[in-house]
Design a protein around this ligand. Sequence first.
Ligand code: HEM
Ligand code: SF4
Length: 551
Amino acid sequence: MYAYDEIDRTLVNERVSEFRDQVKRRLSGELTEDEFKILRLQNGVYLQLHAYMFRVAIPYGTLATNQLRALAHVARKYDRGYGHFTTRQNIQFNWIKLAELPDALEDLAKVGIHAMQTSGNNMRNVTSDQWAGVAPGEIEDPRIWSELIRQHTTLHPEFSFLPRKFKIAITASDHDRAAIKIHDIGLRLIKNEKGETGFEVLVGGGLGRTPFIAKTIKHFVHGRDILSYIEAILRVYNQYGRRDNIYKARIKILVHELGIEKFSREVEEEWQHIRNSSLQIDDEVIEDIRSRFTYPSYEKLPHMPDELRQAAADPDFEAWRKNSVAPHKVQGYSIVTISLKPIGAPPGDATAEQMDALADLADKYSFGEVRVGHEQNLALPHVAKRDLPALWKALDKLGLATPNVNLITDIIACPGLDYCSLANARSIPIAQELTRRFANHELANLIGRLHINISGCINACGHHHVGHIGILGVEKNGEEVYQITIGGRADENAALGTLIGPGVKFDEVADVIEDVVEAYLALRERPEELFMDTVKRLGVEPFKERVYATR
Ligand code: HEM
Ligand code: SF4
């Protein structure tokens, strides 16, 4: 966990009182909604279909249990008893009352949580691998660098009025769990031949109306130069980014229009001016941040404790363990993913009671730490293997032990028409129907790893372009129509899905997905061939034939 210092605390508190005054002026009519808009957006407050929506940042997806309890408290006291974890390591509250927002922010500030820069055209929450610091084989904890960038860019004037929002993600593992290739800047922590820590820097990824996979702009930037290099990229973006057209304002469009070579030459030139400035990071600065991350005092534990051996006889436990429990870098410990995708429920939602209970479990079994991943699931990062059976039983009681992590019912979905004023179609009911269709655990297991991602409009909050199966809701002649893509992925081999044919109606979506899955089961060469591999081998044609032959 990272410990805030006095400067951080002062900043967060000052922000709350500033916002309290702004809300007061809005409520008294001194500010119009238009005037207020720019102010509220700087504090994560949107105006949605039914109410204000409040988006809170969870930097690099790490939460202490007192922070999770504070989120539960906000859900209970100021909202309708639940919160929605999103694809960007944020949590959203959908029914917040404006008059109470300053109090909610103040309650969160007490535990070092804020909503700064969770909306608006600025540097958004810097995201990272939810297994940061515990994943085996990681170069080093990527959160140290996420935190450095967070500190440097928070309320920094140069990054506060960018042409559009700006997102950075960092990974330090070969397997990318942070989806760095669909971010404005993606950073992959690596070591060079001399053993020095640095980054492969990628730029220009993003989803939305014009999706792009990020391109490598530089194969190695030394750690001490990373702030100046990022700043050089942002300066070029700030200078050339299209402010006249919101659809062309993201850096991905600039990179595409200039071409990566020209873009990187511009960045290189800018970088030479600022590289040896105060932006160069001293080792002490990094050491200071590193020292503020505390790690648990792990015990020396056996690789295979008796408790785990005994529990293995229970098929329900084994079903859960197989896909929820991952190896930890310390022997005798595991990383446990907690599915927020119970059958028939909106993906990513957690009730105040679940959050509180989970905080208790994290105190008991995970050194007081909880993580949030971009797949809208949570994780306990340091669970002793001997505690796995007891933890599973406790999670099951809370409705948090659905054994579907990475399976077909582990769906990512945006809120769509149920909440969002930009939506063209419903997303949540599609996700709910699909989880019911594939509720049978044997069937889901037989299918294996398969990610379905759903968005209710082209903005792509549900990451539909990079779903193994992507579902995009559009509006056609007043009706909801859904376009289906296959072959997308968001990991180290990130790719955009390919459309399989004309859109289908709301009622047909689940049938079509069943057809796609049946086609895969019939086409795969052997049970180990995953959906993505079959699509890669055969392309979309056989799937298209199967779906549209009878329609
Ligand atoms: C309910 C209110 C929401 C509103 C008004 C909203 C607004 C938007 C807008 C306007 C965009 C498009 C930006 C662009 O042009 O690039 C966008 C993109 C995005 N939003 Fe949301 N959003 C909402 C909810 C969510 C939720 C629930 C999630 C997570 C599940 C989310 C995560 C994202 C992500 C990941 C993108 C990615 C697009 C990219 O990488 O370019 N948003 N959002
Ligand atoms: S994808 Fe569209 S409908 Fe879904 S949350 Fe984002 S803006 Fe709203």
